[in-house]
Design a protein around this ligand. Structure first.
Ligand code: ASP
Ligand code: MG
Length: 461
């Protein structure tokens, strides 16, 4: 049996009981073969109150010379409370308690220094953030030991060489090798790893963003390679990837399997699946990814694996992204067709505006944006090309499926499903890869649109 790399999200280890539950999942898997468990920082209820968010809050406060002790106190209380439930052996508990207090003193000292300097370098930010994953990983390791499973705690917060100056693809490739070396599993113990690696040049938040724990697990799996790793499991609080958001479409079901390209399209168009970086690393190493639910470990979840044969279904899933704005520029005919388009996109690039969908004719171009905070500036920058028209309150509804490549008539069926539900389509776009068809509709029609398309493609007649 190959190695299973298991990544647990902050909510999955959000309190003592949950840590215990995760320890049981890890122990059960370890009875079958080697396991590397990667953990994110504890996050009890809402993400804004999670350890990482509290550390970020405290860092901001320190930089402004404001008090930060309250946030630290909450982190300490959360971990001490979790410890009570997750670890019962007195010796282990005392050891862990000392670790928690030590880490918090270190955090407090660093913040004091920052408060004096009034300056937070990316390096200091990483030093601070690392605490969250160190605490949760130590806690999980102790909980495993408490239940009789040997566990080795592995801290990756110093894995990056001092000499590293710049983040580029070569940096990640070098680093994943180093990370794999540090995490090589033992035959008689689970390796429990911090879902944090540092100190990244420019800071981990800037290089990867929130969600860096998924990425850490991906790097470890890719570094060890397909020969050693059987699969990367990402454990969350959902059953897997659905045919549609089950909160909006009650008939949605869990997908047994999805291709990485489909999953990437879903993420881009509104369904949070996995950070694209994460998927790319693991998929290019040819390692399957499985999304599982920590609260229902017996379920198979969703397997993300490249599609090698023609898929059974035409459409895999539907998704929607709200809060979309359509901008249309109608040429004032002072430009010829190519000068016009080139000019508009040049201006957008200069303003740093990212567009999602584009539809063009010789004399006009429409595109969608998912932010509306800089519309005045945008209008100003585009008016020299023609009349600018802005429409807010839209949504992009996308249908994703590798199976669409093979069957004609898919777009037609989508449009009639929307038409019958009384949903007006304002823009249409199909990528050249033919695995995504997207329509822009009014935001208030999102639910009706999703249900109509889901019924037409994903429910048995
Ligand atoms: N704990 C970090 C966060 O909340 C990293 C992660 O969960 O991936 O963003
Ligand atoms: Mg997380």
């Amino acid at each position: 049996m190959g190695i299973v790399v298991q990544k647990f999200g902050g909510t999955s280890v959000g309190n003592g009981e949950r840590v215990r539950n995760v320890a049981q999942i890890v122990a059960a898997s370890f009875r079958k073969g080697p396991v590397i468990a990667v953990v994110s920082a504890m996050s009890g209820g809402v993400k804004s109150e999670g350890t990482t968010s509290l550390i970020l809050k405290a860092s901001r406060a320190a930089t402004q010379g404001e008090p930060f002790q309250e946030a630290l106190k909450q982190i300490e209380d959360d971990h001490l409370a979790a410890l009570e439930t997750a670890v019962s052996t007195p010796g282990l508990r005392a050891e862990l308690e000392a670790f928690v207090r030590e880490e918090l003193t270190r955090l407090s000292n660093l913040l004091e220094a920052i408060a004096v300097l009034r300056e937070l370098s990316p390096r200091s930010q990483d030093l601070l953030l690392a605490t969250g994953e160190r605490l949760s990983a130590r806690l999980l390791a102790a909980s495993l030991q408490d239940g009789g499973t040997e566990a080795v705690y592995t801290d990756l917060s110093d894995v990056v060489d001092e000499g590293e100056r710049e983040i580029d693809p070569a940096f990640f490739t070098r680093l994943q090798g180093k990370m794999a070396e540090r995490c090589t599993p033992q035959p008689d113990a689970v390796t429990v790893v911090t879902g944090f690696f540092g100190i990244a040049p420019g800071g981990l938040l800037h290089a990867v963003g929130r969600g860096y724990s998924d990425f850490t697990a991906a790097m470890i799996a890719a570094g060890l390679g397909r020969k050693q790793v059987e699969e990367l499991q990402v454990w969350k609080e959902v059953d897997g990837i659905f045919t549609a958001d089950p909160r909006r479409v009650p008939t949605a079901r869990v997908l047994a399997r999805i291709s990485p390209t489909e999953a990437a399209e879903l993420t881009y168009f509104g369904s949070e699946v996995l950070h694209p970086f994460t998927m790319e690393r693991v998929v290019s190493a040819d390692i399957p990814i499985r999304i599982k639910n920590t609260f229902k470990p017996e379920n198979d979840g969703t397997l993300i694996l490249p599609q090698r044969e023609k898929p059974a279904a035409r459409v895999t899933a539907v998704t929607a992204k709200r809060g979309i704005t359509i901008v249309t520029v109608q040429s004032n005919r002072m430009y010829n067709a190519y000068g016009f388009l080139a000019g508009v996109f040049q201006a957008l690039a200069e303003m740093g505006v990212v567009v999602d969908l584009v539809s063009t004719s010789e004399v006009s171009v429409s595109f969608t944006l998912d932010r509306e905070d800089r519309l005045d500036r945008l209008r100003g920058g585009l008016e020299r090309f023609g009349t600018v028209d802005v429409e807010t309150g839209r949504a992009i509804l996308s249908m994703v499926g590798e199976g669409m490549k093979f069957v004609p008539g898919t777009a037609g069926q989508m449009f009639s499903a929307l038409g019958s539900a009384g949903v007006n389509i304002e823009m249409i776009s199909q990528g050249a890869s033919e695995i995504n068809i997207s329509c822009v509709i009014k935001e208030e029609d999102t639910e009706a649109g999703l249900r109509a398309v889901h019924r037409s493609f994903l429910e048995a007649p």
